[in-house]
Design a protein around this ligand. Structure first.
Ligand SMILES: Cc1cc2nc3c(=O)[nH]c(=O)nc-3n(C[C@H](O)[C@H](O)[C@H](O)COP(=O)(O)O)c2cc1C
Length: 210
């Protein structure tokens, strides 16, 4: 079922940190419910999740909702009967965001960001983002995808031209069985970046994840 219209001005709450988490078609999207749940273990945090079509392979939307966030998909952007002045989802989400995490970032989305493509909700949001909004990219892919010569070129553009922060990947045994660089930064370390940046305080009733 599509979400109701999202209007940043109505959804932003003073004093809160508003986190947009973008999920892409990398196996590491499996960690999304943990990232959402752990972010919401801190006072005055709100999370909205945006997922690509491929990302939905790796989790159940209900897990994200249960963790405490809405989840937005491409179809939510395309509402029939648009009238001038109606909210446009990718614009409203970028107005709402204090920080954007692309965790995990697939090789495909990495390439699309580097080339300025904006053919889905996630990349339209990124293309419309103010350069002052801190944005973190956490690549996650097979080692050979990561070692492909184009990957380092895409990362160079993303760091030097677009000026996003690229964190990771790390080396370990990947879901496909290969051992090497390509795994997403540990989900706790991703949350810690937001905690440190906004000096977040842990809630007394925080859920402990094993
Ligand atoms: C089971 C499965 C696992 C995949 N894992 C990864 C991955 O870890 N990293 C990656 O870059 N692509 C991975 N892919 C390929 C991407 O899902 C594919 O390139 C897709 O087009 C990415 O689309 P998106 O960037 O819009 O999410 C995987 C595909 C499948 C079917």
């Amino acid at each position: 079922m599509p979400n109701a219209p999202f209007v940043a001005e109505e959804e932003r709450e003073p004093g809160y940190t508003h986190v947009v988490l973008i999920l892409t078609g990398s196996v590491a999207s499996i960690k999304a419910p943990l990232i959402v749940s752990e972010l919401l273990n801190y006072e005055k945090v709100k999370v909205e999740v945006v997922a690509t079509k491929a990302a939905f392979t790796f989790f159940q939307p209900e897990e994200i909702r249960h963790a405490g966030s809405r989840i937005w998909r491409d179809e939510d952007e395309w509402v029939e009967g648009y009238k001038v002045g109606d909210p446009i989802l990718h614009i409203e989400l970028r107005r709402w965001a204090d920080i954007v995490l692309i965790a995990p970032c697939s090789a495909n989305t990495l390439s699309k960001i580097a080339h300025g493509h904006c053919d889905n909700l996630a990349t339209s949001l990124l293309r419309a983002l103010a350069p002052t909004t801190p944005t973190y990219v956490f690549p996650a892919m097979n080692t050979l995808m990561y070692e492909h010569p184009l990957t380092s070129e895409h990362i160079r553009i993303i760091e030097d031209v677009i000026e996003y922060n690229v964190v990771g990947p790390i080396g370990k045994q990947l879901a496909c069985g290969d051992v090497g660089l390509g795994a997403m930064t540990e989900w706790r370390d991703i949350v810690q970046i937001v905690v440190d940046r906004f000096d977040l305080q842990r809630r007394p009733d925080a859920i402990v994840h094993s």
